[in-house]
Write a new protein. Structure first.
Length: 296
């Protein structure tokens, strides 16, 4: 049982690591001022790709549920993330999004009655403290609208992921991934046409960036994330999401030369500690373990 839990955690970790890389790709490879079309180009092909694998269409209430979840988890989220990636540094963007660990715990408590374990709550607190330290001295100038967009994306996705756990227990994660990606993209598509006009012209770098985001950071990432939500408590999945800022900071510093001082190093270490601490399995009381061993 413990080995299975670890495997599901490792599989789920692919998603925040991939998402942490999208900030760098968006900032340095994708066209500016195309957040709406960027969301459509990212999500619609990814959804169709996953649908080819899932081979299952929604039924009944899942038509409107897919739309609601698609707006929260995919359409609105990816638009805001595109804005975030264009306006604030990669490391800062990923760090702000890591507060979703605490938000998912709160919404899971309110909507799913999943009371957070002490270790998970403490791990989230340690990780968020690390984020606060990372945003301290040496973090560089901060774009206010980028921060607002980041907080909006964090809240929307946190609610959406918890609702996915609440509604999706009887739906294969791969099918649910496809429905949400397609629904989210289709909601954004007409808005993109009205607001931004024709799709942006893509150069070689932008095409490569979108291919990576479509296949790895969207189709694969959402599939493993929703699978993790179906196998693990929402609070634990939220803690695993703290790997997002770790990826963002590393890419921002190594590839983009962003600021990284002592405060950022301490903060990053605390985020890692928070992930490990908050993801620990619950301890089984010794008496209960003894009774279990004695049972034939």
């Amino acid at each position: 049982m413990e080995d299975k839990r670890v495997r599901w955690m490792l599989l789920t970790a692919i998603a925040p690591i991939a998402w942490g890389s999208t900030y760098f790709v968006t900032r340095h490879l994708l066209p500016a001022d195309a957040a709406l079309w960027g969301s459509v180009i990212r999500c619609l092909p990814a959804g169709l790709l996953v649908l080819l694998l899932a081979r299952k269409l929604p039924r009944g209430s899942w038509w409107w549920r897919s739309t609601v979840l698609g707006v929260l988890n995919v359409g609105g989220f990816s638009v805001l993330i595109y804005i975030v990636g264009q306006r604030i540094p990669t490391s800062l963007a990923a760090s702000l999004m890591s507060t979703s660990a605490a938000a998912m715990m709160l919404f899971a408590w309110l909507l799913l009655r999943q009371k957070p374990r002490a270790a998970a709550a403490l791990g989230a607190g340690v990780g968020i403290l690390g984020v606060v330290i990372m945003l301290g001295p040496g973090a560089g100038p901060v774009d206010a609208w980028g921060v607002v967009a980041s907080v909006g994306a964090m809240l929307a996705s946190s609610v959406g992921f918890v609702l996915t756990t609440r509604w999706g227990s009887d739906v294969p994660p791969l099918a649910m991934t496809a429905w949400q990606l397609i629904a989210g993209a289709l909601v954004v598509l007409p808005v993109a046409v009205v607001v931004e006009g024709a799709p942006p012209v893509l150069d070689g770098g932008a095409i490569a960036g979108f291919v990576y985001i479509i296949v790895i950071a969207t189709a694969l990432a959402y599939a493993v994330w929703f699978t993790g939500l179906s196998k693990l408590p929402a609070g634990v999945v939220g803690i695993i999401g703290l790997l997002n800022p770790v990826t963002g900071v590393v890419l921002g510093v190594v590839l983009a030369g962003e600021a990284f001082g002592i405060a950022q190093a301490i903060g990053l270490a605390l985020v890692i500690v928070g992930v490990l601490w908050g993801s620990l399995p619950p301890r089984v009381p010794s008496r209960q373990l003894a009774r279990s061993d004695a049972t034939p």
